[in-house]
Design a protein around this ligand. Structure first.
Ligand SMILES: Cc1cc2nc3c(=O)[nH]c(=O)nc-3n(C[C@H](O)[C@H](O)[C@H](O)COP(=O)(O)OP(=O)(O)OC[C@H]3O[C@@H](n4cnc5c(N)ncnc54)[C@H](O)[C@@H]3O)c2cc1C
Ligand SMILES: *[C@@H]1O[C@H](CO)[C@@H](O)[C@H](O)[C@H]1NC(C)=O
Ligand SMILES: *[C@@H]1O[C@H](CO)[C@@H](O)[C@H](O)[C@H]1NC(C)=O
Ligand SMILES: *[C@@H]1O[C@H](CO)[C@@H](O)[C@H](O)[C@H]1NC(C)=O
Ligand SMILES: *[C@@H]1O[C@H](CO)[C@@H](O)[C@H](O)[C@H]1NC(C)=O
Ligand SMILES: *[C@@H]1O[C@H](CO)[C@@H](O)[C@H](O)[C@H]1NC(C)=O
Length: 514
């Protein structure tokens, strides 16, 4: 049978179109100085008067609509450069938009009245034919089309997130986790160079040899530092065969002890270097959906992942050992063998890699959990909150996404704080919590407090360091809290120094930027 990984995303993806703000009467465009500057430099842009404004300005997160002063739609680096200069002269802030999947609508500026630079025309992916297999990817390319292009051009692959409509621009510069990250690292770890537009409009290169400070800072905090119009990534040979697996356990969540035993069992298995290696990766996802009509709550636990090996090896060595760690038998099982590109499509909510943009009404947060992972007490606190805690005001899902474990490559010693401005390396799990309103129902305010309670239930009982993952940005954090959780002191201090050199007037700004 086919089981969908992302219940909420898959079933609610049709609830579009709730947010676009109406302008009343004649269109007074908001920032004349800005518009004159853009027109004088022949920079293409959209404002509220334009008939296609709603298409350009709709945010991925419908909970947080934002109305920019202008949306620049550049065709080339000169346009990006001129737009940044015009914004600086007009006293407004700038954010680039790649896939637009920011949890806080930060690519729209995060607050009204700023400039969005929509990189949709930087849409090419070219795999170098000179034997280096470097992929040069435009700053506005989405993950699905990128993966398809590098596979078709040369049978190559990189690691990246599961959702094909996420953009490479935000994803790769703030981490980028997927099932192959245990084998190949984060998306960020594939970056070898970038073409960057700076706050003063200069277009420059960032690589280990050219502007190394810029290269360091762009890989972790690009939103605060510059605009990557093109990103060069090293690639991997696409594996011949990839097993995708999804198990559903409907009875586990009947009790907290059984749920704890399942998660701790899987954690123990994934920590055992005799049993597993980097080819195996997974997440453990709990979904809880209250049905106000019937007063009931549906719950399910899913274990899903990939194994980059043969079906024979999976069936004989992996599956029995994995399932032995879980107290109940799965109520549904779906194991499929694919080539690389079909394995990605299998994980996508709509079964394709088209990467068509969509919008949802949601709140999310995250907690990184360092190795060796959860204690029994922390896992008990986690499941007690979800199963016996406060009544959920909104449907939610919580995924324990595996970053560490035996033979994991994300945390290699060389990837320390001097490697990139991304400090989360010794992570075992990243808890990814998302609550999402049903179609046509506004997201309830209590949903934010509820989900933060879930995060607190995890972190308050941990005995390992914890932080938050900047790609799953949490809009309820203050700037200071965000900096501490995303970056920590050592990285933050250096980021401030780099920011002072490359963006002294703080042009690249959002509510949590450096
Ligand atoms: C449905 C969904 C599924 C997801 N799944 C995963 C997953 O499996 N794994 C994972 O790790 N994450 C996942 N994420 C989180 C995702 O990685 C982040 O939201 C990411 O930042 C989105 O990138 P984007 O380019 O689409 O977003 P955008 O909103 O375009 O950008 C996000 C931020 O990056 C900045 N930015 C964007 N492009 C550039 C650029 N070219 N140069 C400089 N700054 C730029 C923006 O200004 C903004 O501040 C998911 C998010 C969603 C909504
Ligand atoms: C990039 O965008 C242009 C203009 O919309 C379009 O003609 C072209 O086909 C796109 N290329 C890719 C690879 O999507
Ligand atoms: C190969 O091509 C890539 C991408 O064009 C380029 O960055 C790299 O310098 C080239 N390497 C050699 C050895 O020519
Ligand atoms: C680790 O895995 C090996 C091989 O499956 C097994 O023999 C051993 O008992 C496991 N160790 C632990 C601590 O579970
Ligand atoms: C960080 O890693 C580099 C290698 O990339 C190494 O030279 C350096 O000593 C490491 N620094 C620390 C503090 O471990
Ligand atoms: C733009 O900023 C960069 C980085 O600070 C600097 O090296 C460069 O000289 C500046 N260019 C101009 C024209 O001021």
């Amino acid at each position: 049978m086919q089981i969908s990984l992302f219940y909420l995303v898959a079933t609610l993806a049709l609830g579009l179109n709730a947010s676009a703000k109406k302008t009343n009467g004649t269109c007074i465009c908001s920032n004349r100085a800005l518009e004159r500057c853009l027109i004088a430099r022949s920079v293409p842009f959209k404002v509220r008067c334009d008939s296609d404004w709603e298409d350009y300005s709709r945010t991925h997160n419908l909970r947080l609509p934002v109305t920019p002063a202008a949306i620049v739609v550049p065709d080339n680096s000169r346009h990006v450069s001129a737009a940044v200069v015009c914004a600086g002269r007009s006293g407004v802030k700038v954010q680039a938009k790649s896939g637009g999947h920011s949890y806080g609508s930060y690519s729209s500026g995060g607050i009204d009245g700023q400039v969005m630079i929509d990189l949709r025309n930087f849409n090419e992916t070219v795999l170098s034919g000179n034997g280096t297999n470097i992929a040069i990817v435009g700053g506005g390319v989405r993950l699905g089309p990128m993966a398809t292009a590098i596979y078709e051009q040369g049978n190559r692959a990189i690691s990246h997130g599961i959702c094909p409509s996420v953009g490479i621009g935000g994803h790769s510069t703030h981490g980028g986790w997927g099932f192959t990250s245990r084998a190949w690292g984060l998306t960020l770890d594939h970056i070898v160079a970038m073409q960057v537009v700076l706050a003063n409009g200069t277009v420059t290169r960032a690589s280990p040899d050219v502007n190394p400070d810029l290269y360091w800072a762009m890989r972790g905090a690009a939103d605060s530092i510059g605009i990557a119009i093109s990103i060069s990534l090293k690639t991997q040979a696409a594996p011949q065969e990839v097993l995708t697996f999804i198990y559903e356990f409907q009875t586990i969540l009947e009790s907290v002890p059984k749920s704890v035993s399942a998660l701790m069992g899987i954690q123990g298995y994934m920590s055992n270097s005799t049993a597993v290696d980097r080819r195996l990766s997974l997440l453990v996802q709990t979904t809880v959906n209250p049905d106000p009509a019937s007063g009931t709550v549906s719950k399910s636990l899913v274990v899903a992942g990939i194994f980059m090996g043969s079906l024979a090896e999976f069936s004989s060595h992996i599956e029995p050992e994995l399932l032995r760690r879980v107290p109940d038998a799965p109520t549904a099982r779906d194991v499929q063998s694919h080539n690389w590109i079909d394995s990605l499509a299998r994980q996508s909510p709509d079964g394709t890699l088209d990467g068509a943009p969509e919008s949802l009404d949601f709140f999310g947060n995250s907690a990184t959990i360092d190795s060796p992972g959860l204690t029994e007490a922390a896992a008990t606190s986690y499941f007690s909150y979800m199963l016996d805690g406060p009544a959920p005001p909104v449907g939610f899902e919580s995924s324990m996404e595996l970053w560490g474990g035996a033979d994991g490559q994300i945390g290699l010693a060389a990837k320390n704080a001097s490697f990139a401005a991304f400090p989360h390396r010794d992570v075992f799990w990243t808890a990814h919590n998302r609550a999402q309103a049903a179609p046509d129902v506004p997201f309830p305010d209590e949903g934010v407090a509820f989900l933060n309670g879930l995060r607190d239930a995890i972190v308050e009982t941990l005995d390992v360091p914890t932080g938050a993952y900047p790609n799953l940005l949490d809009t309820s954090l203050t700037r200071e809290e965000a900096h501490a959780l995303y970056y920590g002191d050592e990285v933050l201090e250096r980021l401030r120094r780099v920011k002072a050199v490359y963006d002294p007037r703080n042009i690249f700004w959002n509510p949590q930027s450096i």
